[in-house]
Write a protein that binds this ligand. Structure first.
Ligand code: DQA
Length: 145
C-alpha cells in the first residue's frame, strides 16, 4: 500500500518551534521513522510538507490519481480554517487520519474546532510524534480490508 503523510504550515520548524508544546523531534526524524516503519511492513510511504494551502491541495488532488491508498495528515493551522483542504479530501475520497502533536482541546478555543475531523477515519492528538506511528499502524492494518 502507498501511504502519503502530509504536514501543514510551520511543521518544517519542528525541533525548534515551541518545544514545550511540540517537542524536540524534527520533521525529518518523524518522516524517516515513518518511512522505515512502512518499509519494514512492505509498504511505501511518502511525506510532503508545505506552508502553502494550495500546494497541500494540489498534493491531495494528485494523491487521488497516483495510487495512494491512505493519507495521514496534520493540517496544522489550516485544520481550523481550511474549507478548501476539507473539500480536497472529500473530493479524492481517500481514507485519512488527522494527527496533531499537541492536544488541541487543551489549548486556545480557536484550536478546538477542526474543519476535517468530521470526514476523517479517526483523529489522534496530544501524543506527540507517536501519534503518527499509531496512525501508520492503523493504515497498515487496513491493507486488503
Ligand atoms: C498542530 C496544532 C495546530 O493548532 C497548530 O496550528 C499547529 C500544529 C499540532 O500538531 O499540534 O501548527 O496541528
Amino acid at each position: 500500500m502507498q501511504i502519503l503523510v502530509l504536514h501543514g504550515p510551520n511543521l518544517n520548524l519542528l525541533g525548534n518551534r515551541e518545544p514545550g508544546v511540540y517537542g524536540t523531534t524534527t520533521l525529518a526524524q518523524i518522516n524517516d521513522d515513518l518511512r522505515q516503519m512502512a518499509e519494514d511492513a512492505g509498504a511505501t510511504l511518502e511525506s510532503f510538507q508545505s506552508n502553502h494551502e494550495g500546494a497541500l491541495i494540489d498534493r491531495i488532488q494528485a494523491a487521488g490519481q497516483d495510487g495512494t491508498g491512505f493519507i495521514i495528515i496534520n493540517p496544522a493551522a489550516y485544520t481550523h480554517t481550511s474549507v478548501a483542504i476539507r473539500d480536497a479530501l472529500s473530493a479524492v475520497k481517500l481514507p485519512f487520519i488527522e494527527v496533531h502533536l499537541s492536544n488541541i482541546h487543551q489549548r486556545e478555543p480557536f484550536r478546538h474546532h477542526s474543519m476535517v475531523s468530521a470526514i476523517a477515519v479517526g483523529v489522534i492528538c496530544g501524543l506527540g510524534p507517536q501519534g503518527y506511528r499509531l496512525a501508520l499502524q492503523y493504515a497498515l492494518s487496513q491493507r486488503g480490508a
